[in-house]
Ligand binder design. Structure first.
Ligand code: AMP
Length: 584
């Protein structure tokens, strides 16, 4: 695990390390690949591709196929069932990581070695260093970071499987590093009951409100949920502070014990000031009002998380966001070297020592947007990607993934020294699709961002959205779910049919040429917009969490594939609108 010495080295010398890495991209990438092959070419999986035993970087690119999870799943399953991990990789697997991506309904299992864990840690530390350098004074004070864990699974071979954060929060690295700066005691983070955990973490955050300089979580979705929780529980939190007694439904021994050391006396003054802030009808800027010394909000807010930008901007009251890192269970990819970038301008600089990266060029349509399909072009190396082009990232790791497609489409937006910087565009397989049309996650998000501008002057906020393709009709249609609330309160806005129809029109008008021409030609039915009441998307998250997704990893699906999920959103529906038939 990342030793204290290594952590110290990164904090003392991190900026030089970054310069070195980003100036020597090609050389470092070649060395990384050489090392991976030196160790692993003899494994059962890789040796098939090197029949004459020569496993150099060139023959790797010629012989080893580009794959998806399904291609290595048989090997992973064999390891999970007790065979030696050396069939796939030379180093020992310490455990599997559970990815939010699924295969045949089951979460994907990604091998992790002690070394691959360390690589991730060094990216996290570098990103933390860059952020701290950017915000003076943020070295002092504490972080109110809402972190959660999920029960681990055990494979028949006895290897554990969990999401990365669940593993990380139990390590000494966390205990001796980041945890020291947190307002949340470790035991509240390690509590398996997310509700008790959230209550205690918010309570400790409020008790130490004058010390909090950073607010955050892994993903923006968790912060949106945190605010909702605060709306539901602020009275009870205030009463705990006022009386000095912890609510009796907090029964987790770790939480109770940790809270007994922090909630030690009644504090009427603090409870009164929090109450006064929360009683305000408008919660605009609630985060900065409750924690006035916060310098930034730290969470991934790009990709599918961008739907939370305006909601969190509203509650943040002008505090900047830092979207620190782009990573997955498979690998860590890049860090944000310009932490002050606005959420929609964030790019991640790839670090060449993390893994060996290749990029499959992805086609663009006439309007220059990324398409679903790869072009026939060969994959290119990290050092050879071109500015403005779209690619799908392919990764070869030290932990048993060889030319593995992650499924994310990225766009090259610039270079830091020689290292490319990428904007996250979309997950490749997330599309709304009816016979004649495919609409990508990116198209959908852009169209909705435009349409919601119609509602903003009326004081109406779109807090979350999702969608599905209704293909049961003779002519398919896209159905959108929007959770709406008034800006100043959680009240349901008055829904004016004409305005809501205008929103439908704006979404359709913003879709691409193919959609519009089929809609005009009558091959697609009018878009439907279902408005759901405040809190409905929390039920959707509860549903996915009950199915095994971790709260910390949860990404709200832009497009629903499950009938049960659609049912949940339908149950919160308060209004239904259609694009006017005459629009095209
Ligand atoms: P998981 O393996 O479950 O942690 O999910 C990883 C996936 O989350 C990635 O492949 C991306 O699709 C998404 N993701 C992670 N980091 C970011 C980011 N900074 N911006 C946008 N999407 C991200």
């Amino acid at each position: 695990m990342a030793s204290e010495k290594e952590i110290k080295e990164i904090y003392e010398n991190g900026m030089n390390i970054l310069e070195d890495l980003t100036n020597n991209v090609q050389e470092i990438q070649e060395l990384v690949l050489e090392e991976i092959l030196k160790r692993n070419a003899g494994t059962e999986y890789l040796s098939r591709f090197f029949p004459n035993g020569q496993a150099d970087n060139q023959s790797f690119k010629t012989n080893v196929p580009i794959i998806t999870y399904e291609d290595i799943k048989p090997y992973i399953d064999r390891i999970a069932n007790g065979e030696t991990s050396s069939i796939l990789l030379a180093y020992r697997i310490i455990q599997f990581l559970l990815s939010t991506g699924t295969s045949g309904g089951q979460p994907k299992l990604i091998p992790m070695t002690a070394e691959s864990f360390e690589k991730r840690m060094s990216d996290l530390l570098l990103s933390d260093l860059v952020t701290r350098k950017c915000f003076s004074g943020s070295d002092e004070g504490k972080s109110l970071y809402l972190y959660f864990i999920k029960p681990e699974m055990e494979t028949p071979s006895g290897l554990k499987a969990s999401c990365f954060t669940t593993f990380y929060f139990k390590t000494e690295s966390f205990k001796n590093g980041l945890a020291k700066f947190l307002t949340s005691p470790i035991d509240t983070i390690l509590c398996l009951d997310n509700k008790q955990s959230m209550f205690c973490q918010l309570l400790t955050g409020l008790l130490q409100r004058d010390e909090v300089v950073r607010f955050g979580s892994t993903f923006a979705s968790v912060l949106a949920r945190t605010i909702k929780f605060l709306e539901d529980y602020w009275r009870e939190l205030c009463s705990n502070i006022r009386t000095g007694y912890l609510s009796d439904w907090i029964i987790d021994p770790g939480c109770k014990n940790a809270m007994s050391l922090i909630l030690t006396r009644p504090n009427r003054e603090l409870a009164d000031s929090i109450q006064q802030i929360c009683e305000d009808k408008s919660w605009e800027g609630i985060i900065v009002k409750l924690w006035p010394k916060i310098k930034y909000i730290h969470c991934i807010i790009t990709g599918s998380m961008s739907q939370y930008v305006s909601l969190l901007e509203f509650y943040g009251g002008g505090i900047p966001f830092v979207s620190p890192i782009y990573k997955s269970s498979e690998s860590s990819f890049g860090i944000n070297l310009k932490p002050v970038s606005k959420p929609f301008d964030v790019s991640y600089t790839f670090l060449p020592n993390t893994a060996y990266f290749e990029f499959l060029p992805v086609g663009k349509d006439g309007e220059g947007k990324a398409q679903e399909t790869w072009t026939d072009d060969e994959p290119v190396d990290l050092a050879n990607v071109k500015l403005g082009r779209y690619y799908e990232v392919v990764v070869t790791t030290l932990a048993g993934l060889y030319r593995y497609t992650v499924g994310d489409v990225l766009k090259v937006t610039g270079f830091y020294n020689k290292s490319p910087q990428f904007q996250f565009v979309q997950r490749r397989n997330v599309v709304l699709s009816i016979d004649v049309d495919k609409t990508t996650e990116e198209d959908l998000s852009k169209a909705i961002m435009k349409a919601k501008l119609i509602l903003e002057p009326l004081g109406i906020m779109l807090t979350t959205y999702s969608s599905y393709a209704d293909t049961l009709l003779t002519l398919g249609r896209y159905v959108l779910f929007w959770e709406l609330k008034m800006k100043g309160s959680n009240d349901l806005p008055k829904l004016d049919a004409t305005i809501m129809e205008q929103c439908c029109c704006m979404v359709e008008e913003s879709f691409d040429f193919t959609y519009k021409s089929h809609r005009k030609g009558g091959a697609i039915s009018a878009l439907e917009l279902r408005v759901v009441k405040h809190g409905t998307f929390d039920e959707l998250m509860d549903f996915y969490v009950s199915k095994g997704v971790s709260v910390a990893q949860y990404k709200p699906p832009s497009c629903l594939k499950s009938e049960e999920a659609v049912k949940i959103l339908n149950s919160g529906m308060v209004g239904k609108f259609f694009s006017p038939k005459t629009m095209f």
